[in-house]
Design a binder for this molecule. Structure first.
Ligand SMILES: C[S@@+](CC[C@H](N)C(=O)[O-])C[C@H]1O[C@@H](n2cnc3c(N)ncnc32)[C@H](O)[C@@H]1O
Length: 231
């Protein structure tokens, strides 16, 4: 009997957000779980599984073999550099820092063409990523939250080709399309707590602008808590 691959919650949410019938690029595929899961269930038409490392790519090949999934195009490349725009319509970049995701998108201007859906899941620096995306004219069509090993992570669905805009610091930190997510209150609490810890550190600092920055961080934490309390 065919073995069915099961996913952990973070990858499961990403799998659920991948459009049915799409041609997928999974950048930084590592173990290859996402494309193997989707192809095993015939949810997508095809997949390029890309990774910068030979060892992760070999791991992905072994996963495909173990689950009897054929037809994945394995690619050893940095980001999207080895993938042509017309090969795929959906790009997943997950499980990496926000700055790495930005660097990958900067190296692939075609992701701004409005014809590609991007699903981005930063492990860190989500605010920097949101800010960068908005300034470059990517539009947020959806954001969702998921718990993974006691951390709360956002997944962003964006497309390019929109009007560039500058997000406020609060928008960048708290997301622009999360209001209806059941975990949003918890996310806002976490963001506010993080700002309060930053402020506490700054209060102890002797740097000339530290007290002013502490005040700004506390004010932003209050603003986020007020937003949370209206939900
Ligand atoms: C922590 S794993 C994430 C695996 C999977 N995407 C997930 O979300 O569970 C990160 C993977 O990204 C790969 N990676 C890091 N930088 C990359 C880049 N610039 N281009 C392609 N792959 C990259 C690493 O080799 C590693 O296999």
């Amino acid at each position: 009997m065919e073995r069915r691959l099961q996913l952990q919650p973070r990858l499961q949410l990403l799998a659920d957000m991948v459009p049915e019938g799409c041609r997928l690029a999974d950048v930084g595929t590592d173990h290859g779980y996402l494309p193997v899961y989707l192809l095993q269930r015939r949810r997508i038409r095809g997949a390029v599984a890309a990774d910068i490392g030979a060892e992760p790519l070999a791991h992905a090949r072994r996963t495909a073999e173990a689950y009897g999934v054929e037809g994945i195009d394995f690619r050893l490349c940095d980001g999207l550099r080895g993938i042509a725009p017309d090969e795929v319509d959906t790009v997943v970049i997950a499980g990496m820092g926000g700055e790495t995701i930005i660097a990958i998108l900067e190296g692939a201007a075609w992701t701004k063409d409005g014809a590609h859906t991007l699903l981005l899941q930063p492990m860190t620096k989500a605010a920097d990523l949101r800010y960068w995306l908005a300034v470059k004219g990517y539009s947020f069509t959806e954001e969702r939250l998921v718990w993974d090993k006691s951390y709360l992570y956002p997944v962003l669905r964006v497309t390019g080709g929109g009007t560039p805009q500058a997000l406020t610091e609060r928008q960048a930190l708290t997301g622009v399309a999360l209001d209806n997510d059941p975990l949003y209150r918890e996310y806002l609490t976490q963001q506010a707590d993080k700002l309060r810890r930053t402020a506490e550190g700054l209060r102890r600092s002797a740097k000339p602008d530290a007290q002013q920055r502490a005040g700004a961080a506390e004010a932003l934490a209050r603003e986020i808590e007020e937003k949370r309390d209206t939900l």
